[in-house]
Design a protein around this ligand. Sequence first.
Ligand code: PMP
Length: 405
Amino acid sequence: MVRMTEVKRTQLSHLTAQLDDLRQRGTYFKLRVLEDEQGPVCTYDGRRVINLASNNYLGLCDHPKLREAAISATENYGVGSGAVRTIAGTMRIHMELEEKIAAFKGVEACVVFQSGFAANAGTVSSILGKEDFIISDELNHASIIDGARLSRAKIKVFRHKDVAHAEELLKEVASEPGRKLLITDGVFSMDGDIGPVDRLCELADRYGAIMMVDDAHASGVLGRNGRGSVDHFGCTDRVDVQVGTLSKAIGALGGYVCGSRDLIDYLYHRARPFLFSTSHPPSVAATCIAAFELLEREPERIERLWGNARYFKEQLAAAGFDVGGRTTPASETPITPVIVGDGRRTMEFSRELFEAGVMATGIAFPTVPEGKARVRTIMTSEHTREQIDQALETLTTVARRMGIL
Ligand code: PMP
């Protein structure tokens, strides 16, 4: 008699084979476990490390005001919303957060999703259909790619930040009756470069395309008080759909879409993560409201972030690291890649750095192109100059020892 567990194992043997393949390539990973609060120095797997890996750009994951807001919302409204938004799960505090974000961004309306991923995938998949076209940067986030596939629209991919190529693709489909969506990340998460939002807006105007920007890494980082790349380029009136995340600089969890009242109403009725997945606990909404208040009140956090980012980037380049710019785009934001090339060596570099007290994530194919594996570093406003110098020294020492420098 065959036992159930054996049957299951056999049915999933293709997964085991793929995991073995990852081990062979040296890109298999184990999850590192954070044992205290997210911060510039914290404890992963029992080791105290300088943290260059988190998206906690403004140190808000552990801000006392945000903690307070979460605790008080929990005391007042409990821990869960109890339903999806359209059934019974829309709480007053969800509406307050959406109003807060819309006012902050200077747009008519906003809808919050459970994550930035859900915001992108839910929006792209619901505003287009199979007669339509998506013109998308080759390095756009996975959630845009998945949303595009779910929409069943025809997908045309332009070379990274190549506006002329985007125009060629728009020209190719100009006479087709379907709608066209032109879409870019505001900040690209692997290289830290900024999308050409203003020039793409010109194209969208010229070709009558819907313009959409995913500002996950620009929210709280670029623009006035962290309003994002669209604000940075002065394009608020020209971008139809602005996506942002509440999971990075804002310090909590969630994603949002900003735009016209009709766009948001439509998403209420058609976006599947909104319709079929339970809304945030009230504590998350309260946390985010407190975070936006902080952005308005304490822009100096963003200035500190940029000061740290500039210093760290300059020092990395001065030490001789390949931080992109020759064959890969140059970082223009607090994300700076340290390019190693080979996937296995990159993962080794990341492990050695960890042993030496620096947490910097190794990223290899297929997340980045073959031969462009890197450890990705991210500065925050909360890193002190001593921590940054210590991290630089460790990066240099380990890289020299491994022959990377
Ligand atoms: N877009 C980009 C460019 C991202 O880097 C991410 C996060 N990795 C997301 C969207 C998704 O955001 P979230 O983590 O809130 O789901």
